[in-house]
Design a protein around this ligand. Structure first.
Ligand code: HEC
Ligand code: HEC
Length: 321
């Protein structure tokens, strides 16, 4: 599968689960089908909505099977094929096995995987689709997860105004405010929100919290929850900035409603902690990035050029087609 030129030559698919048209179509059908949940009412798309770049517009959703708020904000799903680790803390190492998390978690889809394979096996249209995708009559939880992963690897955003500009396509122009914003992003944000993926895939502490409580399975520890290293506590995956204008609220707990609030955090909202990134420590001891009000406005103008309407409205990523 070809990639947008500024992202790569082709979309990386692992050898053990190569791209197939049948697998992607099956994965898409599964992604939008509430049959995947224990109560047959919740699909992946209940929380990952195409028109919001597969995020949900909520800080901490309560739409899962138990009605309990989840402990983390739903991230957008885009350009996942290039990610090196998934979840805010990098706890998922592989896009295939990741799906078992939401499928079985009591607060998400609360499904019994054996029950699910039985349901799909007895379903008139799924059996032939699994056969076409994987060449066997038996549906397994592994084939379900492989199909979901194939579909998710095709969720590619690379057609925003910025992308047209970056590929130097004819008539792709940014305004002077957007260009100033781009230069500021490259200077102040790109140490982390790097490359045309707008993430360097690293885990950093951007000064949101001063303390990281241990309760709820160390959920607040971020990457430290996975590695148990004190130097990782409070570090979270650097999210992409693509489509960020349509994925509010922001951060791992959805604490900021607007991009203006995010930029205010970066200039004067930070709090200190042992793992705070050194980039944010100014020589005079204060914290944050040095940006004027006008510069913040320019950055926000630029961030809007990362909205990719082709991605948000792509029929290939919508249900029922
Ligand atoms: C009830 C809401 C909900 C449902 C339903 C749900 N998810 Fe999620 N999803 C989340 C939350 C919350 C996170 C962030 C979890 C974390 O980082 O700890 C997430 C994270 C992810 C990620 C990681 C993205 C990244 O860049 O790190 C993927 C991939 C994903 N979900 C796929 C799925 C798939 C596939 C399904 C259906 C089988 C699904 N989700 C169903 C809430 C949901
Ligand atoms: C030192 C690394 C670093 C720098 C520099 C940095 N960020 Fe971030 N950014 C992060 C991390 C890490 C997160 C996620 C933090 C979390 O949720 O706990 C984040 C989150 C965000 C988010 C929220 C995205 C979402 O989907 O929730 C936005 C927007 C953002 N940053 C914009 C910027 C802008 C604009 C700049 C430059 C003015 C910038 N960042 C500079 C590391 C950085």
């Amino acid at each position: 599968m070809a990639a947008p030129a500024n992202l790569g030559i082709s979309v990386p698919f692992p050898e053990r689960n190569p791209f197939t048209k049948e697998g992607v179509l099956l994965g898409k059908k599964l992604f939008f089908d509430p049959i995947l949940s224990g109560n047959n009412q919740i699909s992946c798309a209940t929380c990952h909505q195409p028109e919001k770049a597969f995020s949900d517009g909520l800080a901490l959703t309560t739409v899962g099977a138990s009605g309990q708020p989840l402990r983390r904000h739903v991230p957008a799903l885009q350009n996942l094929a290039w990610s090196q680790g998934w979840f805010w803390d990098g706890g998922a190492k592989d896009l295939e096995s990741l799906a078992a998390g939401p499928l079985t978690h009591a607060d998400e889809m609360a499904q019994d995987l054996r029950e699910l394979t039985r349901e799909l096996q007895n379903h008139s249209s799924y059996a032939p689709q699994f056969k076409a995708a994987f060449g066997t009559d038996s549906i397994t939880s592994s084939s379900i997860m492989r199909a979901l992963a194939q579909f998710q690897r095709t969720l590619i955003s690379g057609n925003s105004l910025y992308d047209h500009y970056a590929r130097q396509e004819p008539n792709a122009m940014l305004t002077s405010a957007e260009l100033r914003g781009l230069a500021l992003v490259r200077q102040h944000c790109a140490p982390c929100h790097a490359t045309d993926f707008f993430t360097d895939q690293s885990y950093r502490n951007n000064g949101l919290d001063a303390v990281f409580p241990e309760d709820h399975e160390q959920m607040a520890w971020g990457k430290g929850r996975i590695t148990k290293h004190p130097e990782d506590v409070g570090k979270y995956k650097v999210p992409t900035l693509r489509n960020v204008a349509v994925t509010a609220p922001y951060m791992h707990d959805g604490r900021f409603q607007t991009l203006a609030q995010v930029l205010d955090h970066y200039t004067h909202g930070m709090v200190s902690s042992a793992t705070l990134d050194l980039i944010f420590k100014r020589p005079d001891g204060s914290l944050g990035l040095p940006l004027s009000a006008a510069e913040k406005t320019d950055i926000i103008s630029f961030l809007h050029t990362l909205t990719d309407r082709d991605f948000l409205r792509n029929w290939a990523y919508s249900p029922g087609k």
